[in-house]
Design a protein around this ligand. Structure first.
Ligand SMILES: [Zn+2]
Length: 291
C-alpha cells in the first residue's frame, strides 16, 4: 500500500552538547539554554498541526529541565534515549557506555513512566558495543545509520573493516535502524561552530535548505512507500526565520499527503512490512522490501 511516512525528530540537547566538548563558559551554556525556548515554540507548532513525533533527550537535559521534557511527553510525543550527556560512544569503554545508556534510561523513565524504545547516538556514530547494548537493554530501534535514505534496515554487529581487506560483515540483528542524513539535519546548515581545529560556517539561507528538505520528500513519493527522517535541534531550528522554514515544511508535507509518525510507530510499520529473519549473509539495506 502506498504510504509516505515522515518522522520529524528533535534532539533536545540543550547545554549538554557544549558540555560534552568541554565548553562550559556562559556563551555556550546560554546557547544551549535557548533550546528550552525553541522546544516550547516547536511544541506549539506541532500541537497546531496535531502532529506527534519523537524527541531524543539526553539524561542531562531530562534532569536539568524536567518540566520542559514532561511537557513534551504530556503532549503525546515519544521520548527517545540520546545518551546521558552528549559524549560520543567512541570515546567510552563498554562499561561507561552502558552506564550512560542506563542512567539516561532511568532519567527518562522518571518523567515518562517507561523506558524508551529508541536510541540515537549523540554523534550518530556507534561503538563496537552499541548494537549489543541496545539489544541487551530492550531497544526496538536506533536512528544512527546512513545506509539508505527512505527505508529502514536491520543493524549489524561485529563488522570487520580494514583498509587492506574487503569488508567482512557481521551478524544482522533484530534491531531496526531508521536512517538519518546530514543533509536532513538542521545543525550543519545553520550552526556556527568554532573549535581549535575546524570551523563549521553554518548560517545558510533557510529557504534554500527548505527546498532541499521538500525535494527529498517529493523524491520519496516516487516509491511505493518509505520513511523520511528529519533531524532538528530546538536550539537551532527554534530561531525565528528557521521556525518559519519548519512551519512551511510541515504545511507542504501535509499538502503532499505525508503520514506523520513517531519513530517507534515507523519502526513497527517497517517490522510489519519486512519481518525479521536470521540471515547469515550480509544485509543489503532495503532488501526484502516488496510492499
Ligand atoms: Zn544531540
Amino acid at each position: 500500500m502506498r504510504k509516505h511516512i515522515v518522522c520529524l525528530s528533535f534532539d533536545f540537547d540543550a547545554m549538554s552538547i557544549w558540555i560534552s566538548r568541554g565548553m562550559t563558559t556562559p556563551m555556550p551554556i546560554s546557547r544551549g539554554e535557548f533550546g528550552v525556548v525553541g522546544a516550547e515554540r516547536i511544541r506549539e507548532l506541532l500541537a497546531r498541526h496535531q502532529i506527534t513525533c519523537t524527541w531524543f533527550v539526553p539524561g542531562h537535559t531530562a534532569e536539568t529541565y524536567p518540566n520542559a521534557v514532561r511537557a513534551i511527553h504530556e503532549a503525546g510525543h515519544e521520548i527517545g534515549n540520546h545518551g546521558w550527556t552528549h559524549v560520543s560512544p567512541l570515546l567510552m569503554m563498554r562499561d561507561e557506555e552502558e552506564a550512560g545508556l542506563v542512567r539516561a534510561n532511568e532519567a527518562l523513565r522518571t518523567i515518562t513512566g517507561k523506558y524508551p524504545s529508541g536510541y540515537r547516538s549523540p554523534v550518530w556514530d556507534m561503538s563496537p558495543h552499541t548494537v549489543d547494548l541496545l539489544l541487551k537493554h530492550g531497544f526496538t530501534y536506533g536512528s544512527n545509520g546512513m545506509a539508505h535514505d527512505y527505508l529502514p534496515y536491520r543493524a549489524r554487529t561485529g563488522d570487520v573493516i580494514t583498509l587492506e581487506s574487503p569488508a567482512v560483515f557481521g551478524r544482522t540483528t533484530r534491531l531496526i535502524d531508521i536512517p538519518v542524513s546530514w543533509s536532513l539535519d538542521d545543525a550543519p546548515h545553520f550552526e556556527v561552530v568554532r573549535t581549535p581545529n575546524w570551523i563549521q560556517p553554518g548560517l545558510m539561507n533557510a529557504n534554500l535548505v527548505l527546498e532541499n528538505w521538500i525535494n527529498d520528500y517529493l523524491y520519496m513519493t516516487r516509491l511505493e512507500w518509505g520513511i523520511i527522517t528529519y533531524t532538528f535541534h530546538p536550539y537551532c531550528i527554534g530561531r525565528g526565520h528557521r521556525m518559519m522554514a519548519l512551519e512551511r515544511l510541515i504545511e507542504t508535507l501535509i499538502s503532499k499527503g505525508a503520514t506523520f509518525m513517531t519513530m517507534h510507530e515507523a519502526a513497527l510499520e517497517y517490522d510489519r512490512r519486512v519481518p525479521f529473519h536470521e540471515d547469515p549473509n550480509p544485509d543489503v539495506p532495503g532488501r526484502g522490501v516488496t510492499s
